[in-house]
Ligand binder design. Structure first.
Ligand SMILES: [Zn+2]
Length: 492
């Protein structure tokens, strides 16, 4: 978008806002337009992009790890520089860390072990000695039809784990989309969905198996690479690795032919690891609160860069005239999204601060910004434009979705779709617990296929600098609208 166009449109918006302020507000005023929005108070696209590149250069920021802690401290320091007082909820837990993984397989013909490409490891599964664990291979079935093989003790079990479809038509009622035709497909296949379906390995651990190999069956080797799935499962008590479909076919043949495998998953357990949730209140003129939240942990450039948007919005408020916001804005940056059995993320915040939740009139949850699409290998994910991930927004409140669509329209931000979940289970992301706590909650959560995948470059090639900044502008507009709308209207 040309810079000149943007300036002209903003000028027209300011004029319109001024005109609106002079007119007599009707008794039954519609929700406020984003009057007062001024893009020049936001950090520039270049500034935000610098933060993004720096964040990505830290590498994966798994809960409580050094890279994650560095990012959290950067956010804390940067928020304080905007004049906010940053407070913390501290947690301690046993952090599981993988450092080296490998798989060697013999095909049962009497030959030696051959190294097999590994796609990734199963987080919080188990660890092996440096030399790995070795045993006969045994096939345990295809999820969800799995059985623990008899006399599995000491063996390496091979399981096939197909990815489920994202069944959007059944999960959601569409509220609106931009452009009109760019809704979600009825169904879609995405590697990231493996996190919903990957099998629980604890029955295999209890039966004494030495390790588990899980095979992707219906996404390509490329899509399977680096996927940190399933995330936020409890300790499994057994080391486990993922392999792509090409290696999977060979492994299944080896199971049938009496082959053996050596599975190595070296790492460490860090007991008593500290990790902090941050929160900071930008005081308004009333007691009412608008929560703006995200999580800070994640495997790549997109999951999770929402914190950069929160920082940009905090700077925006700091640069704005006093009294611009009537309501207070509570920034919440939680830890634990990727270790939820042990660190409670937004659910923990809700529990610890009922007084703040009580005052909340709206919650805006921001996740996964600037995402370009990585088309699924066997499915067309959305109509147009093909190279941009659709901006999925989830809320049970039609009013919040309407304000979002208005903000997107003003920013000419496409494609987006606002949906209402048919079941709370499908209210993905950090907004769900706020919704369950009774706050009018809105979650912006695009779901690209690489969302959970780590890669040497952090998938930074799939983050678009301008789209990222456009989303931040859209949320600044939405913040004004949330501030201007009557509390009762936001609950509709
Ligand atoms: Zn996220």
């Amino acid at each position: 978008m040309a810079e000149a166009d943007e300036t002209r449109r903003d000028f027209l918006n300011r004029l319109a806002a001024g005109a609106w302020a002079l007119s007599v507000a009707p008794a039954c005023a519609p929700p406020a337009r984003s009057s007062g929005f001024d893009a020049s108070r936001l950090p520039s696209a270049e500034d935000v992009w610098d933060w993004q590149l720096w964040m990505n250069s830290l590498g994966p920021r798994y809960t409580g790890g050094e890279a994650h802690a560095t990012f959290v401290e950067f956010l804390a320091r940067s928020l304080e520089e905007t004049g906010l007082t940053v407070r913390r909820d501290g947690f301690r837990f046993t952090r599981w860390e993988a450092r080296r993984w490998a798989l060697a397989v013999s095909d049962g013909s009497g030959g030696g072990m051959v190294e097999t490409p590994v796609a990734s490891y199963y987080p919080y599964s188990g660890l092996t000695p440096p030399g790995g664990v070795e045993g006969d291979l045994v096939y345990g079935g295809r999820a969800p039809d799995l059985s623990v093989p008899s006399d599995v003790a000491g063996k390496i079990v091979y399981l096939e784990s197909p990815t489920p479809s994202l069944d959007f038509a059944r999960w959601y009622a569409e509220v609106g989309a931009l452009p009109g035709a760019a809704g979600l497909p009825d169904r879609s296949k995405s590697a990231a969905a493996q996190t919903l379906s990957a099998p629980d390995l604890r029955p295999f651990a209890e039966a004494g198996a030495a390790g588990v190999v899980l095979g992707w069956t219906d996404v390509s080797d490329e899509r399977a690479a680096g996927q940190y799935v399933p995330f936020s499962r409890p300790f499994q008590g057994i080391p486990a690795l993922w392999i792509g479909p090409t290696a999977g076919e060979r492994l299944r043949a080896s199971c049938a032919a009496g082959g053996r495998a050596r599975l190595t998953l070296e790492g460490a357990l860090h007991e008593n690891t500290p990790t902090d949730t941050l929160y900071a209140l930008a005081e308004g003129e009333t007691d009412e609160i608008i929560i703006v939240n995200t999580h800070t942990d994640g495997p790549n450039a997109v999951e999770e860069n929402g914190g950069l948007a929160l920082l940009a919005l905090a700077r925006y408020l700091n640069q704005s005239p006093p009294g611009m916001m009537k309501r207070s804005v509570l920034f919440v940056l939680t830890t634990g999204h990727f270790a939820r059995p042990y660190v409670p993320s937004i659910g923990g915040f809700v529990k610890a601060h009922p007084d703040l939740i009580e005052r909340t009139v709206a919650a805006l949850t921001i996740e996964h910004l600037g995402a370009l699409a990585w088309e699924s290998s066997d499915d067309v994910k959305h109509a147009a434009p093909a190279d941009v991930e659709i901006g999925l927004a989830i809320s049970a409140r039609g009013a919040l979705s309407a304000l979002f669509l208005e903000s997107a329209r003003e920013e000419a931000f496409e494609p987006v779709v606002a949906v209402k979940p048919n079941h709370v289970e499908r209210f993905f992301g950090e907004a769900r617990q706020l919704h369950l706590a009774g706050a009018p909650a809105f979650g912006y959560i695009p779901l690209p296929e690489y969302l959970l995948a780590e890669a040497p470059h952090g998938h930074i090639d799939k983050v678009d600098k301008h789209r990222l900044h456009q989303e931040i502008r859209m949320f600044a507009r939405m913040l004004h609208k949330l501030d201007g709308a009557p509390a009762a209207a936001l609950r509709r």
